[in-house]
Design a protein around this ligand. Structure first.
Ligand code: FAD
Length: 258
């Protein structure tokens, strides 16, 4: 293991944060218990006082296909797996096309689009060195109770990559802002949409400093350049407060604040 300084104002997808020393985990290391694991910071908002952080090194970025079993390291970027699936005509991976991040972040968030989510296709997950069948892991809409560090995922593959489905899923994304964000900020409450609620309380397009509730999709907190954690947190708290006051609904964060 070794330390690396990561500047989260450049590394994170929302471009908020400061340079922080992150412990990089290599393949034969014993994973420490006193640090928070991060993936590629596409679902994170890093505060100015985060807990000690760690990340899987590039040694965990690999894809191995043997007969019908596909094994993928958890530092593998989703884009790399998508390209592999396309090239090798593997079915079921089309939906990861617009989900930026690592496979570790994906499994921890049970990331997905519409009815497609990673737990639908994964077979087993190596957590803290032990392979576990997916049914052993409590999971649901945008969460999975891994209770440890995922280092590898296993899939049983079927042939038939669908370029048509890929195009359909890509076009679903046309209503999303193109500038820096961490994706959807809040989970959709049951039978409703967080974006609709934020819009209804008048915050669509509302900004504080360089951070803004996007005027394209109100559940996206976007950074128009140089936004700070303080500004982001102010807007998050404001949206929660206004939605609670007006609708009695407690918005739950989808992004994670560290
Ligand atoms: C523009 C944009 C659009 C997005 N659209 C969607 C979408 O439609 N659907 C969706 O689901 N997500 C979406 N996201 C969010 C993001 O793509 C996913 O949550 C992604 O899986 C995060 O991966 P990451 O590697 O960046 O994880 P991080 O953001 O770094 O971490 C996310 C969580 O995973 C945990 N984690 C990371 N690695 C591991 C590991 N190895 N073991 C255990 N826990 C781990 C972290 O502790 C943290 O709790 C979007 C993000 C952006 C920027």
């Amino acid at each position: 293991m070794y330390f690396k300084i990561i500047d989260f104002s450049k590394f994170s997808s929302i471009k908020v944060g400061i340079p922080i020393e992150v412990l990089m985990i290599e393949r034969d290391d014993t994973i420490p218990k006193d640090r928070v694991i991060i993936g590629h910071a596409n679902n994170l908002l890093i505060s100015d006082t985060p807990p000690p952080l760690m990340m899987l090194s590039k040694e965990f970025s690999f894809i191995e296909l043997e007969d019908t079993i596909l094994t993928v390291g958890c530092a593998t970027p989703t884009g790399k797996l998508l390209s592999f699936a396309k090239k090798n005509d593997l079915a079921g991976f089309e939906f990861i096309s617009k989900l930026p991040g690592s496979m570790g972040g994906m499994i921890a968030m049970n990331a997905g689009v519409k009815s497609y989510e990673i737990f639908n296709i994964v077979e087993s997950i190596k957590i803290d060195g032990i392979w576990r069948a997916k049914d052993e892991i409590e999971h649901g809409y945008r969460f999975a109770n891994l209770n440890g560090i995922a280092t590898e995922l296993r899939f049983r593959i079927e042939r038939g990559f669908s370029s048509k489905l890929l195009q359909e899923l890509i076009s679903l994304r046309s209503n999303q802002p193109k500038i820096a964000s961490a994706g959807s900020t809040f989970k959709n409450p049951k039978d409703d949409f967080a974006g609709r609620l934020i819009q209804e309380v008048g915050l669509k397009g509302f900004s504080r400093g360089a951070m803004q509730w996007s005027d394209i999709h109100a559940n996206f907190l976007v950074n128009r350049g140089g936004g700070t954690f303080k500004e982001a947190k102010y807007l998050i708290d404001l949206a929660k407060e206004k939605v609670l006051d007006k609708f009695g609904i407690e918005l739950e964060l989808e992004i994670e604040i560290l």
